[in-house]
Design a protein around this ligand. Structure first.
Ligand SMILES: [Zn+2]
Length: 176
């Protein structure tokens, strides 16, 4: 399955005049700024199917079907959106390859890259946390006055140190 850039849809719509496209299926008569015809989607004797050249849409006042040129092709040719899009692109001789998203694999690669980057950052964070944590434990063991004073000042007792992961816990989950 091909993936297309967003401007592909715009290009397909702008290169396929809805009046011309509909005319190939439904005989249309000009009525003011619009074109009228017998609706191809429901049985009728007097035309209630309207195509607006200005708005590039169709609307049936009988069965309420409406939409743009892509919707019209989907309905009349019984196609999926992408099929109708490609159908109209071919019809207007649009070079589809210009709009194919070739970066699909690139995106996957980017995702992998981001995932690797995330893992690396997590590891650095963990290692850094471990480093400072070990320093802290070492300082406490050494009864480093500055550290003890700081911990007392911050009212950090051994309970808090454990709770906030300032101390290695058994599960080795560092939350520092
Ligand atoms: Zn209709």
């Amino acid at each position: 399955m091909a993936y297309y850039t967003d401007d592909f849809i715009e290009e397909v719509i702008s290169q396929n005049d809805i009046v011309e496209v509909v005319s190939e299926y439904v005989p249309l008569t000009k009525r003011g700024r619009n074109f009228m015809g017998l609706c191809p989607f429901h049985k009728e004797k007097s035309p209630s199917f309207c195509v607006s050249m200005d708005k590039q849409i169709f609307k049936c006042f009988g069965c309420s079907k409406s939409g743009n040129v892509i919707k019209f092709i989907r309905e009349i040719e019984n196609m999926e959106f992408l099929e109708a899009l490609e159908f109209l692109a071919d019809k207007a001789h649009i070079d589809k390859s210009r709009y194919v998203v070739k970066s699909f694999s690139k995106e996957t690669a980017k995702e992998n890259h981001n995932s690797n980057l995330r893992d690396t950052i997590l590891k650095i964070n963990k290692d850094t946390a471990m480093y400072y944590h070990n320093n802290l434990i070492y300082a406490i063991k050494e009864k480093n006055e500055l550290v003890i004073e700081y911990l007392n000042k911050r009212k950090l007792d051994i309970k808090a140190i454990t709770k906030f992961g300032l101390r290695v816990c058994k599960r080795k989950s560092i939350t520092l």
